[in-house]
Design a protein around this ligand. Structure first.
Ligand code: GLP
Length: 236
């Protein structure tokens, strides 16, 4: 595991974007596993800058997002589909048909989960998986549990996750209580993983996840078993 500590969020974003850019340059049709949350926003901003400067080409890239809220349509401004369009996809030349996000309004959510796993498999798996980390150690929306969930599944969000994510909604009671998330298989089979975390609120959980026991009660701790993980942490 490579651990990079930087001083500012801007540095974190730049470093993370460089890792993704280098992946895309070495394999233009890379399958990028993408994440939402506030941590990767700066990374996406840097990638957009690189694209605008003619340094990066997304025309062959494919993407699979980690998760989506159940009950929010892609047009909903709080959906992760909307987040990805506004923070990245609308600003670079990735083909919309090459971007994938679980469908939070699928009639049959179990079938949607199976479809998503099949899709990841058909794409040949993820080349580079970008991750944030929740304050309870969740990755994607894999919440603390008694087991690591292998496959894409629906999950009941932890109260702490609902509280943390309430800042994006009018109020906490507007935050969906369930989500679809890829399981640990998609994340652990990614050929490399890049985790970004910033701010003092992430320091303790990051320490536990990276240096403590490997346990599904801290889902990110499973990354200790992955052979190619880079963690970029900014204290501020
Ligand atoms: C959400 C996402 C996670 C993300 C987490 C942390 O719960 N599903 O993928 O890692 O938020 O978000 P933030 O970076 O805003 O702290």
């Amino acid at each position: 595991m490579k651990f990079i500590k930087v001083d500012t969020y801007n540095e974190l974003s730049r470093e993370a974007a460089l890792v993704i850019a280098s992946q895309l340059k070495s394999k233009p049709d890379s399958v990028l596993g993408l994440a939402t949350g506030s941590s990767p926003v700066g990374t996406y901003r840097e990638l957009i800058k690189m694209y605008e400067n003619g340094e990066l080409d997304f025309s062959s890239a494919r993407s699979v997002n980690l998760d989506e809220y159940v009950g929010l349509s892609p047009e909903d401004t709080q959906s992760y589909a909307f987040f990805m369009r506004t923070n990245l996809f609308d600003h670079v030349n990735i083909k919309k048909e090459n971007t994938n996000i679980p469908n939070g309004i699928a009639e049959d959510l179990d079938a949607e989960c199976r479809r998503y796993d099949k899709l990841v498999l058909e794409l040949g798996g993820v080349d580079l998986q970008l991750l944030g980390i929740g304050t309870d150690g969740h990755i994607g929306f894999n919440e603390p549990d008694s087991v690591f969930s292998k496959l894409t599944h629906t999950v009941r969000l932890a109260q702490s996750t609902i509280d943390s994510n309430a800042r994006f909604f009018e109020s906490a009671d507007k935050v969906p209580t369930t989500a679809i998330t890829v399981g640990m298989m998609t994340i652990m089979q990614a050929r490399s993983v890049l985790l970004v975390a910033n701010g003092p609120s992430k320091r303790d959980i990051l320490n536990k996840a990276l240096n403590g026991p490997i346990t599904p009660e801290i889902p990110a701790s499973i990354l200790q078993l992955h052979p190619h993980v880079t963690v970029i942490y900014s204290e501020n």
